[in-house]
Write a protein of this length. Sequence first.
Length: 237
Amino acid sequence: MAAPKRPRVVLLDIEGTVCPISFVKDVLFPYALQALPETLKTQWDSPAFAPYRNAFPPEHAASPAALEEHVRDLMSRDVKISYLKSLQGYLWESGYKNGELKAPLFPDVAPKIASWRNADDGGGVQVMIYSSGSVAAQKLLFRHTNGEPADLTPDIADFFDTVNAGPKTETSSYQKIASKHATIPASEWLFLSDNVLEVEAAKKAGMQSFVVERPGNAPLSEGARREHRVIKSFDEL
């Protein structure tokens, strides 16, 4: 069997891969719920808020109370639906900008992203992001990190979410992502995620893909360890 080709693109998941799952569940989600009532009260009829409100099904966008109830229900069940993810990004924006929110990247992440981009091989490795969070929320997170520099967005070539790519456990989503950069064969992409089902979908699309095992992630089965390469740090790559 031929050796895997050296990746020209590294496609990164966020939650449990570049930052702890706890940041999303214990910091970002509570922040959004805390900011929601005041946002609905003061911005319900504002032009800036209208696209987020109008993206919700009409029965849930009928009043601030109805929308808040629906948002709380969706978030309690961790439903990954595009209109909720967009609203969350809007709610987090002020928190990032005023310094209340800062993404706690694992220590190996920022240096490795920089080294990939600056690889001394005639062009480096492109770094891209694929997360269930909206592209807007992804950009906010990578613009406000504990890394050095704090803004990593200049090192990231593209962003994908469930709106512009599709669900993360479907092979067609990875095919769609690769097709956007069609000059790079799927075999020269490396997708890194803590989610085994996502890794399997990426592999079926022809990508290389490894499972990332980080502190706080769900335990991996022995079957997953046998089937996939598992890394604990980007420094292993």
